[in-house]
Design a protein around this ligand. Structure first.
Ligand SMILES: C[S@@+](CC[C@H](N)C(=O)[O-])C[C@H]1O[C@@H](n2cnc3c(N)ncnc32)[C@H](O)[C@@H]1O
Length: 211
């Protein structure tokens, strides 16, 4: 698993600009960013973003709520650099989300957009437990992923020829982990996403509240 992660992380770092070109302005999920902002209790809520990529979600959130205090993190230095360029006012940090224990201060919101497709089941369980610990009571978690058979997970090769290990996750397991950690799902959206090869994939976005 260690080498799968290493190759995946290297690929993300290598294709950061390419990802920015394709996804910086994608509007498909905008309504869910709106929902997340509506669910936050404060206009200046503290937000931790996990796997921020080039800062595409952060940019949308700040357009809706300019006073959010966002700490955007990603395992890739190049992604974090782009996130900072695209959102000069935020704080960024290179961080593998398997190491969330380093934080002690609470957050009023956590955004984790399409990062768990790059985490094995055991690390997703750990991540959800850590998110619950870091969220304030009534804090909101935004989590997106692709539902599927975990056994179908494996390497996929992108247009650059580089590979990432892509994990499908089972909804029941995610739901169970959320519940186990004292959070409750309050919104679910399923979006049809057309992949480069023309096939459709369902992208699931959950919002959960810390009890
Ligand atoms: C599909 S992109 C999502 C970017 C952005 N959140 C979005 O929704 O468009 C996945 C991101 O997760 C990051 N990532 C993958 N594994 C990670 C890990 N273990 N810790 C932190 N970030 C990770 C990648 O570097 C990449 O920026």
């Amino acid at each position: 698993m260690k080498n799968n992660y290493q190759e995946t992380h290297n690929t993300w770092n290598k294709i950061a600009l390419l990802y920015e070109e394709h996804f910086m302005d994608l509007a498909l999920y905008n309504d869910t960013y709106h929902q997340f902002c509506e669910l936050l209790s404060k206009s200046n809520a503290s937000i931790l973003e996990i796997g921020c990529g080039p800062g595409n979600i952060t940019r949308q959130l700040l357009a809706l709520k300019p006073n959010l205090k966002i700490l955007a993190t990603d395992v890739s230095q190049n992604m974090v650099d782009l996130a900072q360029q695209n959102n000069p006012g935020i704080t960024v940090q290179v961080l593998d989300c398997r190491d969330l224990e380093i934080f002690s201060e609470p957050f009023e919101g956590i955004v984790c957009g399409f990062t768990i497709p790059y985490l094995a089941k055991i690390d997703v369980s750990k991540l959800l437990a850590n998110c619950a610990k870091l969220l304030t009571v009534d804090g909101i978690l935004y989590l997106s992923f692709v539902i599927g058979n975990y056994e179908d997970s494996g390497f996929i090769t992108g247009s650059s020829g580089d590979r990432t290990y892509f994990y499908y996750h089972d909804f029941q397991t995610i739901q169970q982990d959320i519940k186990l950690n004292n959070m409750v799902i309050i919104e679910r959206s399923d979006k049809e996403y057309k992949k480069a090869d023309g096939t459709l994939e369902i992208h699931t976005i959950l919002m959960a509240r810390k009890l």
